[in-house]
Design a protein around this ligand. Structure first.
Ligand code: FE2
Ligand code: FE2
Length: 359
């Protein structure tokens, strides 16, 4: 059995889950620090300085603290949920904490290894925010005796090397999609407070404004290097858009109960998140995926079937299981390629780069 299918009952299970390397689990990244040091933000100076002033103002400095009601709500409400929902929620907390911490490590390493004052300041602010986010989620894991040893995770989890341009595409998208995910859940629970089965969701609105601002920072960094946004690089942008959207679709459909408990349907939720992310990403990407196209949607469903087939074959084991895994892996890759070739929407980039978090 893969560690992804083992129940989370102890801190060791949580740590093992956080260190699991698969297509769908959050990764830790490292990059070319010299290239990061050489970045020049002068083409976007005015917007850059305004953004750094916002970080300096730190409007969320008092946000990530638990109130006395937090523990009471965990005891009174979360203790009522089914064991299955509890497992999906713990899985959600562990993967969220791991990806928050992944950002914290990457930004902090860049900050330590550059002297360029613009990049150093930005990375220090973003590491500050992500460290608060990871710590806040970890407190909720600690309520169940599942707190993660983040120092150990930093030392022992595998790192993936990405050139700066891939860091920009991937991190921009994960920050913006993170915003879209949190705000969609927050708005849903504003409308249906009875569905709020854990107090952590109350924190999502101000939290996701941090993620939104992190995304703005990468938007400015990319717009300062227009070569990253045209020519052959557009093919990379298409690749990262699809990889990030498809990963989210597959991951969310492996924990449907979490969304159902919030009164959301995973498919509908994901398309809402895609729509918001696509609207925002027009600030920087000259193309976007046509996620409303029925052909595209069928493609994602086929990819999900391939994923489920692969997992079932893996669970079966033996030679038949291995052959099944190979067959489903090929089917999945073929489907991904078809989705990649699906026509995209093209647009001009706006003069004013920054957008406001109005969703
Ligand atoms: Fe974060
Ligand atoms: Fe972030």
């Amino acid at each position: 059995m893969s560690s992804e299918s083992i129940a989370i009952e102890s801190a060791e299970d949580a740590a093992r889950r956080a260190k699991t390397e698969s297509l769908l689990t959050p990764r830790f990244y490292t990059t070319d620090f010299k290239a990061m040091d050489a970045l020049d933000v002068s083409p976007v100076r005015a917007e850059w300085d305004a953004m750094l002033a916002e970080y300096e103002g730190d409007n969320n400095h008092d946000h990530f603290q638990r109130t006395p009601e937090f523990a009471r709500e965990v005891n009174e409400i979360f203790s009522q949920v089914t064991p299955e929902l509890r497992q999906e929620f713990l899985d959600f907390l562990i993967s969220s904490c791991t990806s928050e911490f992944s950002g914290c490590i990457l930004y902090n390493e860049i900050q330590k290894n550059v002297t360029n004052p613009d990049i150093k300041a930005l990375m220090r602010y973003m590491a500050r925010d992500e460290s608060r986010h990871a710590g806040f989620i970890n407190q909720s894991l600690k309520d169940f005796g599942l707190g993660m040893d983040l120092g150990d995770l930093k030392r022992t989890k595998a790192y993936t090397y990405f050139k700066p341009k891939y860091i920009f595409y991937a991190t921009y998208l994960s920050e913006k999609i993170g915003y879209a995910r949190y705000i969609t859940i927050f708005r849903q629970l504003e409308r249906h407070p009875d569905k709020r089965f854990h107090p952590i969701f109350r924190w999502f609105e101000r939290w996701c404004n941090d993620e939104f601002r992190h995304g703005e920072s990468f938007a400015l960094l990319m717009r300062a290097q227009p070569g990253l946004l045209r020519g052959g690089n557009v093919l990379w942008i298409r690749f990262f858009l699809l990889a990030v959207y498809a990963t989210m679709y597959l991951r969310d459909h492996t924990r449907p109960m979490l969304h159902n408990a919030l009164g959301l349907d995973s498919t509908e939720y994901d398309y809402t998140v895609f729509r918001i992310t696509t609207e925002i990403s027009r600030q920087v990407f000259p193309v976007s995926l046509d996620t409303d196209s029925p052909v595209f949607r069928r493609g994602l469903e086929t990819l999900l079937e391939a994923r489920k087939g692969f997992d079932a074959a893996k669970a079966r084991g033996g030679l038949g299981g291995l052959l099944g895994q190979a067959r489903w892996a090929v089917a999945g890759a073929f489907c991904f390629a078809k989705l990649y070739l699906h026509p995209v929407k093209r647009h001009d980039l706006p003069q004013q780069i920054r957008v406001a978090p109005v969703w």
